[in-house]
Ligand binder design. Structure first.
Ligand SMILES: O=C(O)CCC(=O)C(=O)O
Ligand SMILES: [Fe+2]
Length: 336
């Protein structure tokens, strides 16, 4: 008889990878298997303190509970080409439709003197922090710092999982990664029954190499496996990691940039904290020679022709700007 058990996103304890212990090759093996099968995995043993996570959550609740007029004081238009700041409900489009979410965009904090800011390179610049709650700046910057370190560890694990040198990605792509951090608030559907926004976030794939997502107890993240949508529920003190388009491209589709979406079915607001650890903005992203792994598994070969990530030529910056212009048409005008 066929086994009817619903597949679920695997959970991997990465503590041996973080401490570079003797068990890190086993962690890498588990990461590789999850990336091939799901493109998604949970991590435990990640070393990010619960105190920092709780502070971030409390500050986010505080900020998003404030009146719209106050939140709009750090609206995205004021962030210009750096692509930072607050966007109100319905302003972000995924697959051409408004999402039922509001949020703030952050990134690496760069001063005006930084040469990339001077050169007016898009997505580089200073963050917009609210005046209140006033510890938002310190907590968000600390969170970005810690998650950047975690991203470097995970990229070592991903390199090992492909039988590559552990510094493969940092040598070529992520020594100076493009990091983007977002805080999203998904209100309950009944609070906005009039808005034509079918999803919290519509079906999409992520753009870069690796996303490290903290979600709250409300849950609502859904992942598209080979043949069905499955839930990726809240698991306390874990992060959900997923592979983005650039790693799909680099691995010739062996590692899947898996479509996902969000639906808040509850009557409470949902908060989530996606952190995107991406290739350097200026680097061209090329396929890796993975002949040592043998031929591409048949079930993944269909991704080759259909998915435009494999046909794409250019820097990561070209790729992300093209994507962003669809999600935030108004930002494109700031960049042009
Ligand atoms: O909020 C979530 O759980 C996921 C958000 C997401 O998929 C994204 O920002 O790319
Ligand atoms: Fe996503």
């Amino acid at each position: 008889m066929k086994n009817e058990t619903t597949p679920s996103v695997p959970l991997i304890d990465i503590s041996e990878l973080i401490r570079k212990g003797s068990g890190q090759s086993e962690v890498a093996r588990q990461i590789g298997s999850a990336c091939r099968e799901y493109g998604f995995f949970y991590i435990a043993g990640h070393g990010i303190s619960t105190a920092l996570q709780e502070q971030l959550e409390a500050l986010s609740h505080d900020f998003f509970n404030r009146p719209e007029s106050e939140k709009m004081r750090i609206r995205m238009e004021l962030g210009g080409r750096a692509w930072r700041g607050y966007f109100p409900l319905g302003d972000e489009l995924t697959s051409g439709k408004p999402d039922l979410k509001e949020g703030i965009y952050f990134g690496e904090e760069l001063p005006e003197e930084d040469e990339r800011v001077q050169a007016k390179i898009p997505l580089h610049g200073a963050n917009l922090f609210p005046e209140a709650p006033d510890s938002m700046r310190q907590v968000v910057l600390e969170y970005i710092r810690r998650l950047t370190e975690l991203g470097h560890h995970l990229m070592r694990g991903i390199a090992l999982s492909l039988d590559l040198d552990e510094h493969y990605f940092s040598d070529r792509y992520t020594a100076d990664p493009l990091v983007l951090f977002r805080i999203f608030h998904y209100p309950s559907r009944e609070a906005h029954a009039g808005l034509d926004a079918p999803w919290g976030v519509g079906e999409h794939t992520d753009y870069g190499v690796l996303t490290i997502l903290k979600q709250d107890h409300i849950g609502g993240l859904q992942v598209k496996t080979q043949d069905q949508w499955i839930e990726a529920p809240y698991i306390p003190n874990t992060f959900v990691c997923n592979i983005g388009d650039m790693l799909d491209r680099m691995t010739g589709g062996r590692y899947r940039s898996t479509p996902h979406r969000v639906l808040n079915r509850t009557s409470s607001g949902r908060f989530s904290f996606p952190f995107f650890f991406d290739p350097n903005f200026s680097v061209r992203v090329e396929p890796i020679d993975l002949e040592h792994l043998g031929p591409l598994p048949e079930k993944h070969q269909d991704r080759w022709d259909g998915a435009d990530v494999h046909a794409f030529e250019g820097s990561y910056g070209d790729y992300i700007l093209h994507k962003v212009s669809k999600v935030f048409p108004q930002l494109k005008r700031a960049v042009d």
